[in-house]
Design a protein around this ligand. Structure first.
Ligand code: 5GP
Length: 322
């Protein structure tokens, strides 16, 4: 049954007002005067509010550095349909989305504080909240940690980044393992003796270090990373999961990326296919990989390494530098 004319006019007026209200919410997020998590909280508290009626996808598109492809991928990872409105989020979806937004905001705020002051100066008549929002939006992520299970291709992805993205500094680790054929001291690793590694540990020269595969020690020399960060460069660490946890503890602003294989079978194939380790060593690495895969939820982002160039691009995208 058709509603009376007067109701139709009222309904259409209400729809226009609701659209306007949602647009105002989005503008506030784009300008940085309101955080996305604040919008989600408001939408959950009152489903009939402008925030409650806003689609999650539209909200995420307001965030700096997130294009439609990454928004859709993130929504998929969070298990949220693109048409879902904030007010309609399910019990399990709510904390997942809030956690995702909070961790983005925590990282952006920490890194952006210094830039915000400069932006506030430059902005002149702008109020400082909006200046802070702008600074947050443009500040690149400086320190990215790439971890993941053994043989997932971290080395290949980081080598690809070194060769194709000159703006990214790759940290060169020290290790006590022997060089493999083709590896160059000072480029692949600093190959050091046990005694030298002991000395570096004792003198606090490592940002993090770990025994990997119960065998050799690997560590990230602190000062080159600090120097690059001080010079405003973006730095990539390709390290194991124990190391990633240490970096998170000492540098919470770091972004942690977990590289995933397309499937477990593919991971096994890559591990065996490398052929550089004995079968005993392969079995040990496979066991480690299983434990490592279980740690993926501790990470900020997950990137599937189906194609090296795509995975590399995704990692570099997180740095917001190109
Ligand atoms: P590979 O011996 O195959 O070169 O490396 C073995 C593992 O050590 C890889 O998972 C690699 O990510 C990790 N690794 C390399 N450098 C470091 C480092 O500086 N610190 C930590 N914690 N792990 C590292």
């Amino acid at each position: 049954m058709r509603p009376p004319e007067v109701d139709r006019v009222a309904a259409s007026k209400a729809a226009v007002a609701a659209r306007r209200a949602r647009a105002a919410v989005k503008n506030a997020v784009v300008e940085g005067t309101r955080s996305a998590s604040d919008v989600v909280q408001a939408g959950l508290a009152d489903q009939s509010s402008a925030e409650g009626g806003l689609r999650v996808r539209e909200l995420m598109l307001c965030l700096q550095g997130l294009g439609p492809v990454r928004v859709d991928r993130t929504l998929q990872q969070l298990g949220i349909s693109p048409s879902k409105r904030i007010g309609g989020l399910g019990r399990h979806q709510q904390p997942k989305l809030l956690e995702y937004l909070d961790s983005r905001e925590r990282r952006a705020t920490g890194a952006a504080d210094a830039a915000a002051d400069a932006a506030a100066d430059a902005a002149g008549s702008l109020d400082s909240a909006s200046a802070r929002g702008r600074a947050t939006a443009v500040t690149p992520t400086r320190l990215v940690v790439l971890a993941g299970p053994t043989a997932v291709g971290k080395g290949t992805v980081s080598t690809y980044i070194r060769e194709n993205y000159p703006d990214v500094r790759l940290s060169v680790s020290a290790t006590t393992r022997s060089p493999r054929p083709g590896e160059v001291d000072g480029v692949s690793y600093y190959f050091v003796t046990d005694a030298e590694f002991d000395r570096m540990v004792a003198e606090g020269e490592f940002l993090e270090w770990a025994v990997v595969h119960n065998q050799s020690r690997y560590g990230t020399p602190r000062s080159p990373v600090q120097q690059a960060l001080d010079a405003g460069k973006s730095v990539l660490l390709e390290i194991d999961i124990q190391g990633a946890r240490q970096v998170r503890a000492s540098m919470p602003e770091a972004v942690l990326v977990f590289l995933l294989p397309p499937t477990w079978e593919e991971l096994v194939r890559r591990l065996i296919g490398r052929g550089t380790e004995s079968s005993e060593e392969q079995a040990r690495r496979l066991a480690t990989a299983k434990v490592e895969l279980a740690a993926q939820d501790e990470f900020d982002y997950r990137v599937v390494n189906s194609k090296v160039e795509d995975a590399a691009r995704e990692v570099v995208d997180l740095m917001n530098i190109s």
